[in-house]
Design a binder for this molecule. Structure first.
Ligand code: PLP
Length: 319
């Protein structure tokens, strides 16, 4: 498993200057942190979240990864790819019926050698990981267990590196980071990274409801991570108005935005996470949310593997 060193000495992802009318017209500097380019298959924030987990798995001498996720999960695909690349065997517990195995995400995971087990959504929600593994008769001996979405304490230091990398590239902290939020672990990492800087992190919830603020707070507390208040208010906040109806829900307006953004900037987005986060950032710019002269870093958290599955379900909507 020597190749794991590659995780420590990786190149920073590009920080791309992007011209977009909504920003330039208002004197805002727009930058995109291209974490989608970190790795061809362990993309975006999944790479960030897995980094220290994989190093820990190696340190503990674990040769097997076990994780959990939905049938189109970016996390599941990332764990499968990381397992193959770094020599771990991998097991994925998937919510839903075995027939879902036809989709591109699960096909990819299996092609990477991940062994899949299926269980109901209710089981995934209600049982503890240990109980679920018992129920499915999965041998967890010598396994390193990653929660759904990879959202544990070891995910946070990797996501914090988004901030340190960006500051090194930019030479100063940007005024804003914007990132999509599913579990909130990525935002927690960014929030802890900016605790000592004059920078604000905005999380865009891609799920309906207003529970993610609390999730981030409790994750940070559980993991002993600090955030801080700026003189002007909280250093991070969760925005709950850009979920487009809920997780994996979409509207034609969202699809148009994603396709238009790609035509204008050359940057591909996905409809589940980054499309919603970037849409939110453009709306906020248009509403005058950012003060003139502000620098705004949109974190491209990856997720492009999900586009094929989306297009397969809904017709080739996303360019
Ligand atoms: C998983 C994922 C997220 C959500 O990250 P959290 O740390 O769970 O909030 C955001 N963007 C993309 C592309 C993802 O795959």
């Amino acid at each position: 498993m020597k190749k794991l060193d590659a995780l420590l000495y990786h190149l920073p992802s590009p920080l791309q200057v992007v011209k977009h009318d909504a920003f330039t017209q208002r004197g805002l500097q727009l930058l995109v942190k291209r974490d989608d380019l970190l790795h061809p298959h362990v993309s975006g924030n999944k790479w960030r979240k897995l980094k220290h987990n994989l190093l820990e798995a190696q340190r503990l001498g674990c040769s097997k990864l076990i994780t959990f996720g939905g049938a189109f999960s970016n996390h599941l695909a990332a764990v499968a790819a990381a397992g193959m690349e770094f020599g771990f065997s991998a097991i994925g517990v998937v919510s839903g019926e075995e027939s879902g195995v036809e989709n591109p995400t699960l096909g990819f995971a299996q092609a990477c050698g991940m062994e899949l087990f299926f269980t109901s959504r209710a089981n995934l929600r209600n049982y503890t990981e240990t109980k679920l593994l018992e129920l499915l008769k999965i041998d967890a001996k010598g396994a390193f267990i990653l929660p759904q979405g990879g959202a544990n304490c070891l995910a946070i230091p990797g996501c914090r590196e988004i901030v340190t990398e960006t500051m090194a590239q930019l030479g100063h902290p940007p005024d804003f980071f914007v990132t999509a939020c599913g579990t909130g672990a990525t935002l927690a990492g960014i929030a802890s990274g900016i605790a000592e800087h004059n920078s604000t992190a905005l999380g865009i919830a891609v799920l309906k409801g207003d529970f993610l603020q609390k999730e981030v707070e409790s994750l940070m507390a559980k993991c002993g991570e600090q955030s801080s208040k700026h003189p002007t208010g909280e250093s991070w906040q969760m925005l709950n108005d850009f979920h487009f109806g809920g997780y994996a829900k979409w509207t034609p307006e969202l699809i148009d935005f994603i396709n238009d953004f790609k035509l204008k900037t050359g940057i591909p987005l996905d409809p589940i996470y980054t499309g919603k986060a970037f849409f939110a950032a453009v709306q906020l710019a248009e509403q005058g949310f950012f003060q003139a002269g502000a620098s705004i870093v949109l974190v491209h958290t990856g997720g492009l593997q999900g586009v094929a599955g989306f297009n397969e379900r809904f017709g080739d909507l996303v360019l």
